[in-house]
Write a protein that binds this ligand. Structure first.
Ligand code: GLN
Length: 196
């Protein structure tokens, strides 16, 4: 059975674990470097990226996580998790991102009026129907490099989901709805079934 870790330093990690368990894989919270051993994939959840970044350093997780990213290990980052995977961050506020994906993201990008919102997103890699997406003080993708496939855009073209190799970055929170298709898509990357 595949074993997926969910970084559990802060934020919405329990919801990811519950969703993964419902899909029939093993899922465990990760707080220490040694807990990364034996995993088939990792999720970096949403939360507060400044806090998660600080705790990553305190728990000595930054270097092993960077190594995993460089080795092509399957990693999915949602919201704050997307920020932490990015090469460059606007409104960085002390965050040290893993610089794993060739994307530049803007934190808290939607401004006060639409700070948080929900919308239906067309995401061709998971097919129809559209995915009900919950954005909470979300980032968006300002620039994506050549090796990056933007998987979903808002109506105005703003990139909010991307894949690069075995890494997946989502600006929203797929764990807060009961639609498991993006977690299933991530598991297909873990299984090597969703080649690009
Ligand atoms: N605004 C948060 C940050 O910058 C992200 C919010 C979230 O993960 N829902 O880290």
């Amino acid at each position: 059975m595949k074993k997926i870790g969910v970084l559990a330093l802060q934020g919405a990690f329990m919801e990811h674990i519950t969703l993964l368990l419902s899909l029939g894989v093993e899922a465990s919270p990760i707080r220490l470097p040694r807990e990364l051993e034996g995993l088939d994939g990792l999720i970096i959840p949403g939360g507060e990226s400044t806090t998660i970044s600080r705790l990553m350093r305190e728990y000595a997780l930054s270097a092993p996580l960077r190594d995993l990213c460089n080795d092509g290990f399957p990693i999915m980052g949602t919201c704050a998790g997307m920020i932490l995977l990015a090469r460059k961050v606007a409104h960085i506020n002390g965050i040290q991102p893993l610089e794993a994906m060739d994307i530049e993201v803007r934190r808290n990008a939607f401004g006060r009026q639409v700070d948080s919102f929900e919308t239906e997103l067309k995401i061709p890699v998971i097919g129809e129907p559209s995915f009900h997406s919950v954005f909470i003080r979300a980032p968006y993708i300002e620039r994506a490099g050549e090796g990056v496939e933007v998987l979903a855009r808002l109506y105005d073209g703003t990139g909010v989901a991307a894949r690069q190799g075995n890494m997946l970055a989502l600006a929203f929170h797929p764990e807060l709805t009961d639609d498991p298709r993006l977690h299933s898509y991530f598991l297909s990357i873990v299984n090597g079934d969703a080649k690009r």
